[in-house]
Design a protein around this ligand. Structure first.
Ligand code: FAD
Ligand code: UDP
Length: 396
């Protein structure tokens, strides 16, 4: 009998496992349908021996000392500040838009103060900032919006910026300093030996068992547990009873080149050309020295693993209906980017998981009732006795 079954071995699931095992002495089974831990942050050495991120570039940045201190128990860090160039009008310019971007793009020689005046002169004021189009056009005007944001967003989301919440494009705000870092958080670093190593250390506890290559549905009837923590898509948990929550997916095309470097920056964004949105060269992120180099091209698509919740009002409403179902199940807890349908960065997921862990450890785990955690369902296949992949990897 496990105290907790945790579905998903990404940031949310692994942190909850670690906290519950370490603080409440709880017996925890963490499972994942993939063949590895670390969720979307998973990294590995490719055939050429270059450390790459399987699911696209993951750069750690946070303003939370608490989050950084917690993760520092499981990894040392490599100082790293991320920089991105955008390919626009045949040249590479700094992204987010800054004074140097404006000068290079328009052949000007503005000071930072003059750049502020320039943006004010081209900005189109909007009474209300509701959509990503509002957010960008009201700050940098239509030309820069069209050059940097409109087509990238259409490619990434298959939606016009006018159909997406303002918060999406507001992740990359224009500035008039010469700061060309992608993030301005006070703590920015990469795990020294990679994310996967950090997760291995996090999950290395005698009370934690790990079961991979297995979906929750395959074992829900067979593993005995008191409480469930679910970090997959919340609509999947409830068997899509209110319809599907939309998620955006990506195809990652990894490629290795037999040369030292492929491009002049860690990431190059392609708002207007190509079917892919951006190209990441991992050696910039990891600091690895290697005669070859590996990159990943990101091709947005509708089908495939769910990577991005889609921030639109109607999706927030649908999520709220699923959340209400979840709130009615006292022994089921939802955490992470997919289960709480939030466009969260890693540090936000860490903070959310630590908060839930605090809440759960504040209760006495020994008194948790063995209650049903299964959602009511007319369609779920009952009484399956086979299909378990528990053998050898964990025991209930
Ligand atoms: P995940 O990492 O998605 O983990 C959930 C796990 O649950 C998965 O491993 C999945 O296989 C498993 N699972 C789901 N359903 C089931 C089921 N039914 N049965 C069994 N297992 C199941 N954040 C940053 O801070 N910086 C970045 O630079 C950054 N870059 C990103 C780039 C891309 C392309 C993407 C997609 C995300 C990026 N993020 C970045 C966000 C970051 O990936 C997430 O915030 C974080 O990984 C979310 O952790 P999680 O545990 O919520 O979810
Ligand atoms: N964006 C854009 N052009 C860019 C970079 C970003 O239009 O060159 C918009 C786009 O809608 C994107 C969003 O800003 O989805 C957030 O960008 P971010 O780089 O934060 O995306 P993520 O790393 O989460 O994929």
């Amino acid at each position: 009998m496990f105290d907790y079954l945790i579905v998903g071995a990404g940031f949310a699931g692994s942190i909850l496992a670690e906290r519950l095992a370490a603080r409440s002495d709880a017996k925890v089974l963490v499972m994942d349908k993939r063949n590895h831990i670390a969720g979307n942050a998973y990294d590995f050495y490719d055939d050429a021996g270059v450390l790459v991120h399987k699911y696209g570039p993951h750069i750690f940045h946070t303003n939370s000392e608490k989050v950084f201190e917690y993760l520092s128990r499981f990894t040392e860090w490599r100082p790293y500040e991320h920089r991105v160039q955008a390919s626009v009008d045949g040249q590479l310019v700094p992204m987010p838009i800054n004074t140097d971007t404006l000068n290079k793009l328009y052949g000007m020689n503005l000071t930072c103060q003059e750049a502020e005046g320039f943006l004010a002169s081209v900005a189109e004021p909007r009474a209300e900032i509701k959509t990503s189009e509002d957010a960008v056009v009201s700050r940098v005007g239509r030309d820069l919006y069209e050059k940097f944001f409109r087509n990238y967003t259409r490619k990434q989301w298959a939606l016009d910026p006018s159909e997406l919440d303002a918060a999406v494009a507001a992740r990359v705000p224009a500035r008039t300093s010469k700061d060309d870092r992608y993030f301005t958080d006070k703590l920015q670093a990469m795990p020294l030996n990679g994310y996967t190593r950090m997760f291995e250390r996090m999950l290395d506890h005698p009370n934690i068992r790990i079961m991979l290559n297995t979906t929750y549905r395959e074992v829900e009837q067979e593993v005995q547990f008191k409480e469930l923590i679910f970090t997959g898509p919340i609509d999947e948990y409830f068997e899509y009873c209110y319809g599907r929550l939309p998620y955006r997916s990506l195809h990652f095309k990894h490629q290795t080149f037999d040369r030292e470097l492929y491009q002049p920056a860690a990431v190059v964004n392609y708002p207007n050309e190509h079917a892919y949105t951006r190209v990441t060269e991992f050696k910039y992120l990891t600091g690895q020295e290697h005669p070859k180099t590996s990159v990943v091209f990101e091709y947005p698509r509708a089908e495939g693993d769910p990577y991005y919740p889609i921030p639109q009002p109607q999706n927030a409403e649908l999520y709220a209906r699923y959340k209400a179902l979840g709130d009615a199940l006292p022994n089921v807890h939802f955490a992470g980017r997919l289960a709480t349908y939030r466009y969260y960065n890693m540090d936000q997921v860490v903070a959310q998981a630590l908060m839930l862990a605090d809440r759960l450890t504040a209760r006495n785990p020994g008194t948790s009732p063995l209650a049903s955690v299964h959602p009511p369902s007319a369609t779920r296949e009952e009484g399956r006795t086979n299909g378990s992949k528990l053998n050898g990897t964990a025991t209930a």
